[in-house]
Design a protein around this ligand. Structure first.
Ligand code: CTP
Length: 420
């Protein structure tokens, strides 16, 4: 057994784990997507009570939801076997969130009016839990002023709308009216529930992805960073309630819902964006793989090949964290809590401590490579000014949560943010 095996493995804890949520389903053909949603919510650890309108039961079977969620399903207010017959507000009182997906135009109208004539609308009226709505209907119905007025009423009462999205309807028409995909609904739910988390009122900047240093109009120097770590950090921060600015180089992965994205290409551009945002932020998490060198000159035309070797003169790019440290020096007021990342094959703690001092950081996440590349067990040491905490995590998400926990503790030790 190696020493690192004795470090407890951090597992990703989904913010939905153990949370009671209700899933309301109304009579749109998109109700089939509610089955995937019920399954995904249950897999995320949520305790899902499904409520169906009478129209929904004509399209999807209550038994299917029961089989997926392992919980009773309510579809009739007046069914003596239903929990609602004994206590018609039981579900409303125990849930942390109410997700209605799909929501038809008819259901939006009844919600806006405060009607309570089925299990879904009765629960919506009786709960104080946040309401999230994923509409699905024909584009003309969505665009109708009556529907838009109901949406405005519900939004003014605090409901969060997810979609509808553009695309092909069941009718064959193209337009705005498709229900958002289940993964998007779940992201919105995690974000909504995080709003009152420990980082509520805090602003955190995340640097992520690679940079691209142009050689000519069609070539550049870059690296293989996928941006996975930066995005995992964004998600963990958003789920803890932070406002997140994501400064990212070019990546294939979509940014997490709720992050404010600043897209950059070069190290110089990333430096400008970070110096712009970070000084006023509460924290900066710099997970970007910034190119250390760029071509000394950028050719205005595509460079033609010639016989023999070619030499490309390079020059250093700005060190962004060190530039920020210099920028902050002498400025009054609190400084953002700054986290840097380092990939090392050995002497993790010693190299990390050197970076901590050179770049004026509060924490360095020193990853052991190549072990921490790709999937599987991730190992790192979180090196602060006075301590070094070894971490083993089952995934990048679990590692990101562990890092964000450190940020939460550090910011809690500082002054509370002003009330929003
Ligand atoms: N970084 C930066 N500006 C750069 C290069 C890196 O702000 N021009 C940041 C990275 O985002 C990361 C940390 O500095 O948070 C990594 O420091 P770096 O000195 O580049 O470490 P290594 O990549 O491990 O490189 P080396 O071993 O050569 O020091």
């Amino acid at each position: 057994m190696s020493a690192s095996d004795s470090i407890p493995l951090r597992r990703y804890r989904d913010p939905l784990a153990g949370l009671p949520v209700a899933l309301g389903v109304s009579g749109s053909i998109a109700a089939y997507k509610a089955l995937s949603l019920a399954s995904a919510l249950t897999q995320a650890g949520a305790l899902v009570d499904t409520l169906l309108t009478p129209a929904a039961t004509r399209l999807v079977q209550p038994l299917a939801f029961q089989a997926l969620t392992h919980r009773k399903v309510t579809h009739a207010l007046w069914d003596s076997a239903s929990e609602m017959a004994m206590d018609h507000v039981a579900v409303a009182h125990r849930i942390c969130a109410f997700v209605i997906a799909p929501a038809t135009a008819d259901l939006l109208a009844r919600l806006a009016l405060g009607l309570a004539d089925d299990a879904v609308t009765t629960t919506a009226l009786a709960t104080v839990a946040p309401l999230l709505v994923a509409p699905a209907m024909e584009p003309q119905m969505w665009a109708h002023p009556a529907t838009q007025a109901h949406v405005a009423v519900l939004e003014a009462r605090g409901a969060t709308f997810i979609g509808p999205r553009p695309g092909r309807m069941a009718s064959g028409l193209e337009g705005l009216g498709r229900m958002a995909e289940p993964v998007e609904v779940i992201d919105a739910l995690r974000l909504r529930l995080g709003r009152s988390g420990p980082l509520a009122g805090r602003h955190v900047v995340v640097g992520s992805g690679p940079t691209r240093e142009p050689i000519d109009p069609v070539r550049f120097l870059s690296n293989a960073s996928s941006g996975h770590m930066g995005l995992a950090l964004c998600r963990a921060l958003l789920h803890a309630g932070a406002r997140v600015s994501l400064v990212t180089g070019p990546v294939a992965l979509p940014p997490p819902m709720g992050a404010e994205v600043v897209a950059v290409e070069t190290a110089q551009q990333m430096c400008g964006a970070i110096l712009d945002l970070a000084p006023a932020a509460d924290a900066l998490l710099m997970a970007a793989a910034v190119a250390d060198y760029r071509p000394l000159t950028v050719s205005g035309h595509k460079i033609k090949k010639s016989e023999g070797d070619s030499i490309l003169p390079l020059t250093r790019t700005p060190d962004i964290l060190a530039s920020l440290d210099r920028h902050l020096a002498g400025r009054p007021g609190p400084r953002p809590y700054r986290v840097g990342f380092a990939a090392e094959t050995g002497d993790l703690e010693a190299y990390a401590r050197d970076k901590l001092q050179r770049k004026g950081l509060d924490l360095v996440v020193a990853n052991r490579v190549p072990e921490s590349f790709g999937m599987g067990r991730h190992q790192a040491i979180l090196v602060g000014a006075h301590d070094a905490e070894p971490i083993a995590a089952e995934s990048k998400d679990a590692m990101a949560q562990a890092i964000v926990e450190r940020v939460i503790v550090a910011l809690n030790d500082r002054q509370s943010p002003p009330a929003p």
